[in-house]
Design a protein around this ligand. Structure first.
Ligand SMILES: *Cc1c(COP(=O)(O)O)cnc(C)c1O
Length: 421
């Protein structure tokens, strides 16, 4: 596919600029993420009147088989230049898992098979690196819990940009190798993600790099909306009654809520009955704890969990994620490390999907919400499974059975297994 055919035609002046989520101050669409007046986060401001005149189900359905079919609602100005195959992952009707959990209309949005690095981060990075190129950066970087580093490194290789990825020192081997293979500079920081992020904010102030989740965060974050867009389209242009979303910085959850509401505002779906439910690991649950304690502010925590990809103790968008859960009348719950491993195994055993730890947290929380009656059995539910289990094998290596070892003979086979013929 060439870059032009990745999008049918480009809307002119679709992006108005950036806008502060708190005070509303407007900025041009440059590499900036914090309001200079009130320090609020900046968000992309679209020309919805223009978009509404052009967008339709047909225009989207005739688009490419990737997230670029929603280019009208994404913050790039020209044709996409990297990440042309990200998104449009399967929405799987999870009959077996549904039967176990007593849910009749359960779906798994399977981002374990996203292109090219097997996590939902390929969505946000396809947008961020395309935009970084539009903004003229020759080097890109990120602060990452693992999956973002993998995706930025892969897309930077494709885009032939210099690449610096910063990760916590104690990541899983599969996550580290999954970055190194693309030959970026991988900087392992002795500290947790929050230390890495703090350092990166300082580095971003001194070096003219496109930090996908810092100075170009407003563009990056919009990529997560495509999970809502695809879900609605795959359900026949309808928003589900419930979603269950893993929460790290809180950006993904916030943008899924925004995505459904944008579709409604543009007349592409009729209503948004969706309750947005957040899932965190018990050992790193600052947003879930604020929800349970009825607070509207987040108290940072020190992460201690096997779910490293979502171990952010001081989440940048935690406040907005909490707000989205309240607005949508959803809930939050948490999973212990043991429940996370059981969640990974349950999804694998019932649906044949091998998720990473974040997926284990999501499935464990889905189970709790169903058991607690927060998800009625005939409601349509979508659980977002955001990363691939092959990258976090350490988490389950002691929790799976062992092989049956035999000699290469019929005799040994039959003696060892004694299966009835
Ligand atoms: C990054 C990530 C998330 C959540 O990201 P947010 O920071 O909340 O947007 C969820 N699952 C996986 C596997 C991730 O890598």
């Amino acid at each position: 596919m060439n870059r032009k055919s990745a999008v049918s035609d480009i809307l002119k002046q679709k992006i108005k600029g950036l806008k502060c989520r708190e005070c509303g101050k407007l900025y041009p669409p440059v590499a900036l993420h914090v309001c200079e007046f009130c320090f609020g986060p900046l968000e992309v401001d679209y020309n919805y009147d223009e978009i509404k005149r052009h967008i339709s189900h047909e225009r989207i359905e005739n688009g490419p088989k990737s997230l670029w079919r929603y280019a009208d609602l994404l913050p790039v100005e020209g044709y996409p230049t990297v990440g042309l195959y990200a998104g449009l992952t399967p929405l799987i009707e999870a009959k077996n898992l549904g039967t176990e959990l007593g849910l009749n209309r359960l779906y798994i949005k399977n981002d374990t098979v996203n292109h090219p690095t097997l996590s939902f981060k390929d969505r946000v990075v396809a947008i961020a690196i395309t935009r970084a190129k539009e903004l003229g950066f020759s080097a890109v970087a990120c602060a990452s819990t693992g999956n973002l580093a993998n995706s930025v490194a892969a897309h930077a290789a494709e885009a032939r940009l210099q690449c610096y990825v910063f990760i916590p020192g104690d990541l899983e081997a599969g996550k580290i190798l999954g970055s190194l293979i693309y030959a970026p500079t991988v900087i392992a920081v002795n500290g947790n993600y929050d230390d890495v992020n703090r350092l990166c904010s300082e580095v971003a102030g001194e070096y003219n790099w496109g930090f996908v989740n810092i100075n170009i965060r407003p563009y990056y974050a919009e990529g997560s909306k495509t999970l809502a867009f695809e879900t609605a389209e795959q359900l026949g242009w309808r928003a589900p009654d419930h979603v269950v979303v893993p929460v790290a910085s809180g950006s993904l959850l916030t943008k899924i809520w925004k995505g459904f509401n944008e579709l409604k505002m543009l007349g592409l779906i009729e209503s948004v009955p969706t309750r947005v439910n957040g899932a965190q690991a018990e050992g790193c649950s600052p947003v879930a704890t604020a929800f349970k304690e009825g607070r509207d502010f987040i108290k940072p925590v020190k992460p201690k969990t096997i779910a490293k990809s979502i171990a952010i103790g001081n989440p940048a968008d935690g406040y907005y994620a909490l707000k989205a859960v309240h607005e949508s009348k959803g809930a939050f719950d948490t999973a212990t490390d043991g429940e996370t491993i059981e969640g990974i195994k349950l999804l694998a055993r019932t649906e044949g999907i091998f998720a990473e730890t974040a997926g284990g947290v999501t499935i464990a929380v889905l189970k709790k919400l169903a058991m607690n009656g927060l998800i009625p059995k005939d409601d349509t539910v979508v659980a977002y499974v955001t990363g691939n289990g092959l990258k976090t094998q350490e988490a389950v290596i002691n929790a799976v059975g062992d092989v049956v070892r035999i000699e290469p003979s019929m005799d040994s086979f039959e003696k060892t297994l004694s299966i009835k013929k």
